[in-house]
Design a protein around this ligand. Structure first.
Ligand code: MG
Length: 426
């Protein structure tokens, strides 16, 4: 590639160089430590229109737009490119989807039901040189299944305007009520963008992959014997998340506590009433539980607010929060939120949610559905931004058809390959 001259550096932070581009916008570019040359070469590909940075901010001091000199000569800057160019580029983009059935190691039981096989959807977006991978884990509670998610992906493929705008292209093409399909396309577009830029997704977002909380391991509702066995099997994890919301809550948690002294979190999955929550919270506190996720049904916000005033334990919202616009009304009822890519529609919305949650003084957890390493790795790239993680969806599988981020001693190690860094398991 012939480098265009990108010398208008307006400021540097750690791992980040800000550059003013031809349209009078600030753009951020990851600097990979001290490798400034690599940063500039990536900036070139942005200026040449190979990428559009959606997080570029208007620069009030820019004055009239001006062109940067290109030593390659004759090359026209993106601002002057004819509109056909984006269309041509998009025509080479192929979106495919197919069923991705995932068998679970153990029957997984929560307050709402049980399952042995999860019917997910695999999405591939190809630009001729790279293939971005995405995954939908449809959520039955919200009217999604494998068929509806697949249909939504097919519709989105028709609507995608220009995949270079990866940060919010899926959101703009989304089918109402089909968030997991939106997430699948969004994840694939982020993977593709990272591969085209030659950097891992976490680097594309300016994040240090070593900074991230350990993940918990989820213990589903089961008989005390089985629960105790699952706890022993999960010896790699320093935090356990125990599913509650059945009549046997006390027996289950006692079985866990008798087996281990590890840190415990509890997820009621909307399975309690205010009375049953009141009966359990002091006892959970005495067992050293760290926090409770979604104690009451999502529509019981005022009751949750009242319960929290007397609760010895903090609350995290899960079913009560889907997207950024849900967050402000949760203040006072919850201490934190559980973001899941399948609920919110992907990495772009997850980033917005993290910003909004922080602005409202809320803690942030990253959670998941039962997913392969595609969607789990996508979420793991955001771990440096959050306080808690519950990304064990792929560990619960009999066989994960993909490999990406791996868990060592309860902590994620992110791939260093460009994009998500996920590939089919050999
Ligand atoms: Mg939950």
């Amino acid at each position: 590639m012939v480098p265009a001259r990108v010398d208008d550096v307006i400021g540097r932070q750690r791992d980040m160089t800000r550059v003013r581009n031809i349209d009078g916008y600030y753009c951020a570019c990851i600097n990979n430590g001290d490798n400034y040359g690599e940063c500039l070469s990536r900036m070139n590909s942005i200026l040449k229109g190979e990428f559009i940075l959606d997080w570029a901010l208007p620069n009030p001091d820019a004055g009239p737009a001006r062109e940067l000199t290109d030593p390659g000569a004759g090359r026209r800057p993106r601002a002057a490119a004819p509109p056909r160019r984006a269309h041509d580029r998009m025509r080479r983009m192929r979106v495919r989807h197919r069923a991705l059935d995932l068998r679970l190691r153990h029957t997984f039981r929560i307050a709402r039901g049980a399952s042995d096989v999860r019917q997910n959807v695999l999405v591939e977006i190809e630009d001729g040189a790279h293939v971005g991978l995405g995954e939908a884990a449809p959520i039955k509670r919200y009217g999604e299944d494998q068929r509806s998610a697949g249909q939504a992906v097919a519709q989105m493929a028709e609507r995608l305007e220009d995949a270079r705008t990866f940060a919010d292209a899926a959101a703009r093409a989304a089918v109402p009520g089909q968030r997991s399909a939106e997430a699948a396309v969004d994840i694939a577009l982020h993977d593709l963008a990272g591969q085209r830029m030659g950097v891992p997704v976490h680097a594309m977002l300016g994040l240090d992959p070593r900074q991230g909380p350990p993940t918990s391991f989820t213990i589903g509702i089961d008989t005390p014997d089985v629960v105790a066995r699952k706890v022993r099997e999960a010896s790699d994890y320093e935090i356990l998340k125990v599913k509650m919301g059945s009549d046997d809550d006390r027996e289950v948690l006692t079985a866990v506590r008798d087996t281990t002294d590890r840190l415990l979190r509890v997820d009621a999955n909307e399975g309690w009433t205010i009375e049953s929550a009141r009966a359990r919270l002091p006892w959970l506190h005495s067992l050293g539980v760290e926090f409770v996720e979604q104690p009451l049904p999502a529509d019981r916000l005022e009751e949750t607010r009242a319960l929290r005033r007397e609760s010895p334990l903090p609350f995290y919202a899960d079913e009560s929060v889907h997207r950024a616009e849900d967050i402000p009304r949760l203040v006072g009822a919850f201490d934190g939120i559980n973001i899941k890519l399948m609920k919110c529609g992907g990495l772009g919305e997850a980033l917005r949610m993290i910003a909004v949650a922080r602005a409202h003084g809320l803690e942030v957890m990253l959670g998941c559905m039962i997913e392969s390493s595609i969607a789990i790795t996508a979420a793991a790239h955001l771990l440096p931004l959050v306080d808690a993680a519950d990304l064990d969806g792929s560990v619960l599988l009999e066989r994960d058809p993909f490999e990406g981020a791996v868990i060592r001693g309860g902590r994620f190690v992110l791939p260093e390959a460009p994009g998500l860094g996920v590939k089919p398991r050999g």
